[in-house]
Design a protein. Structure first.
Length: 166
């Protein structure tokens, strides 16, 4: 007696339901993972941008301030801005230079030329750390940039003390 062997074509209902369930779970988990990866990328990119911006900003201030005449340094406040948010001095070459905060924008004025250094300032202060030595100026800056869903990333550039060489 020979048994007839039937070939089976297609999938059973159970196999189809299992495949749909697995694909659904993967899609749900995959969407969350992709969202987290995207947020991580945005956060890392923003942090890198802020670090570069802060280093460039501090380098410009430091380089110019070192060439100032110590007796010409003035630290004051721009009306409507935080205390100690403007630094004015005369360089050895005779050029007057000003760094000041307007809103969240830090501006460098050299003679009659304005240059925007950054538009992401959250906090800025120029101070004399010692009242008996006006040749040292402390510069403190915090930069902040929006990232996603109304959140922001902030970077505080530690106070840097700049010694005026002249």
């Amino acid at each position: 007696m020979v048994k007839a062997h039937r070939s089976r074509s297609g999938y059973s209902l159970t196999e189809m339901m299992m495949a749909v369930a697995i694909i659904g779970i993967l899609a749900t988990v995959g969407a969350r993972v992709m969202l987290q990866v995207n947020r991580y990328f945005i956060m890392t990119n923003t942090r890198t941008d802020l670090q570069r911006e802060a280093r460039d900003l501090m380098a410009v201030i430091n380089r110019n301030l070192r060439q100032a005449r110590a007796s010409s340094i003035t630290i004051d406040t721009v009306p409507g801005q935080p205390f100690y948010s403007r630094l004015t001095f005369t360089k050895i070459q005779g050029t007057t230079m000003t760094f000041y905060l307007t809103g969240t924008t830090l501006v460098q004025v050299t003679g009659a030329k304005n240059r925007v250094l950054t538009k992401n300032v959250k906090y800025l202060a120029f101070t004399f750390p010692r009242s008996d030595d006006l040749s040292i100026v402390s510069v403190s800056v915090t930069l902040e940039k929006g990232i996603y869903q109304g959140r922001t990333k902030a970077l505080h550039m530690a106070s840097e003390k700049v010694r005026v060489m002249n």
